[in-house]
Design a protein around this ligand. Sequence first.
Ligand code: SAH
Ligand code: MG
Length: 215
Amino acid sequence: MKSEQLEALTQYVRDLYAPEDELLYSIRHESADLGMPQIHISLEEARLIQILLVAIGAQRALEIGTLAGYSALWILRALPEEGHLITLEYNEDHAAFARATFEKAGFSERAEVREGKALDLLPGLASEGPFDAVFIDANKENYPHFLVWAAENLRVGGLLVGHNAFLRGAILDSQQHTQHVTSMRAFNQQLADDPRWLGMVIPFGDGLAVAIRQE
Ligand code: SAH
Ligand code: MG
């Protein structure tokens, strides 16, 4: 299939199945006006994550990498009424923006932004688990560490999702050896090899790693 055709079909799927409401739209635009990076998950990735969360009956979710709260809002909307999301963010402006997002969306009781570096916060979060779902979308160098933590702190049957598993194709470029790239390769290898994971990278968007924690 030609890439323009694939793009047109992806747009068709977005329009049909993953329409953005005004709030989601405004999060993207207001955060852009403030100069925040526009690296939120795509509509179709968001929709797939929602389906997977519902499929496993997720109630307690953890996100690593909040930004404006865009992906978090999609996640919160897929959780049941008693559901809860903790999301980790080290940039205080991003954390403040995300808190305002949750307030506007009526989720301030059920969504918590924890500020700090993820690797500093994760050990303390173990006692708040096990979690039903972990979404990894922070600095790529630490993805292998995040995956180890997720294997230990997801319940059996829990869901792992990792964003940007392709790094826009850099993982296949043999000339690239930055920490960023080698860590993502290690993450993908670890997800493939560790028998505790039943997973794969779905080859759409920038590569969405999805896995279920097995016995
Ligand atoms: N999940 C978001 C996008 C996250 S972008 C969405 O799709 O809407 C990555 C975010 O993670 C940025 O806001 C960045 O400040 C934060 N971040 C990066 N590395 C981090 C780390 N080690 N600990 C905590 N936050 C981190
Ligand atoms: Mg990302």
